[in-house]
Design a protein around this ligand. Structure first.
Ligand SMILES: [Zn+2]
Length: 307
């Protein structure tokens, strides 16, 4: 009897300690983000109340972050998972969520934070038979390259943090407003700096740039990939080169996760300038934050203009 009572008390103590470690108390809110841009935004909004871990380091393909066994325990302990949405992470996130066995962060739960809520996608495929590629089934998911749409992600992250830890609502909203004001000031600066980019034609390896092109008035001429997620064919490259020459396309963008060979060849054959641009913070050196990354992209695009 005595030992049973002792065991019960021990369990009760353990339970009390475990409950005490929940997000409602002093412990930090554990957030896992798929990509580094969302990690940076979450740190800005969450401040001292969050502990943020990004699955990607910045150099990966946004559609195929290589899954590591270490991701599973990290997700198992997470209070929130923050993602791009529009099925951008389809190749790795659903399997990881299932393996995590964490009921708080499954689809539809308050810990599942889809930052595309409120974003209207461009290039939505007319059919769902995957003939237009497998990686953009609900339209183009690369809206974070438009800083105006990054503001929507900031708001979605703030809402999720307030929902899970309402005791810090004032802090989260203050941090959100501070960051949005900083971003607004940078947007004015970027639009001024990017003025010479208006009407400038460019191509890229993957279809990362329609939102960026819309924001800064560039003409997104085409992609080296045949379709999103589908490798180029020799015929496609040949046609792209000849149309780029005819239309005076002056910039070829190579994202860090793709090899340089084909973009370099296309730039050489067309006389365009080849630039390597990150698609999330950490993709190239000195782009540790979202703002640093956008700074880098705008400076590099402007620097690539024909002299
Ligand atoms: Zn994509």
């Amino acid at each position: 009897m005595k030992s049973k009572l002792f065991r019960f008390l021990s369990l009760a103590v353990i339970a009390a300690v475990t409950l005490g470690a929940g997000p409602a108390h002093a412990a930090k809110i554990r957030v896992v983000t798929t990509l580094t841009d969302l990690a940076d935004l979450t740190r800005n909004v969450g401040g001292e109340h969050v502990e943020v871990h990004s699955l990607a380091t910045g150099i990966e393909d946004t559609h195929g972050v290589p899954m590591k066994p270490s991701f599973v325990p990290v997700l198992n302990r997470a209070d929130l998972v923050v993602l791009v949405g529009f099925d951008c992470e389809h190749a790795f996130l659903p399997a990881l969520l299932e393996a995590s066995k964490n009921p708080r962060i499954q689809v539809g739960k308050s810990g599942y934070v889809d930052c595309s809520q409120g974003v209207t996608p461009v290039d939505v495929p007319k059919s769902t038979d995957h003939s237009e590629g497998d990686v953009h089934p609900y339209g183009n998911p690369h809206y974070m390259l438009d800083p105006m749409l990054a503001k929507t992600a900031v708001q979605n992250i703030c809402n999720a943090l307030v929902a899970i830890a309402p005791q810090y609502e004032a802090d989260f909203k203050h941090n959100r407003d501070t960051y949005l004001a900083k971003l607004d000031a940078k947007i004015v600066e970027w639009q001024k700096e990017a003025a010479p980019l208006k009407g400038v034609k460019f191509v890229s390896y993957h279809e990362h740039w329609p939102y960026f092109a819309n924001r800064f008035g560039m003409v997104y001429f085409g992609t080296i990939e045949l379709k999103p997620g589908i490798d180029p064919t020799p015929r496609h490259i040949e046609e792209l080169v000849s149309s780029m020459k005819a239309e005076h396309v002056s910039i070829v963008v190579r994202e860090p996760q793709f090899p340089e060979k084909v973009p370099a060849l296309i730039a050489q054959q067309t006389g365009a300038t080849l630039v390597k641009l990150p698609i999330m913070p950490g993709g190239v050196p000195h782009t540790d934050t979202y703002i640093e990354m956008m700074d880098y992209i705008v400076h590099t695009m402007v620097g690539a203009l024909p002299k």
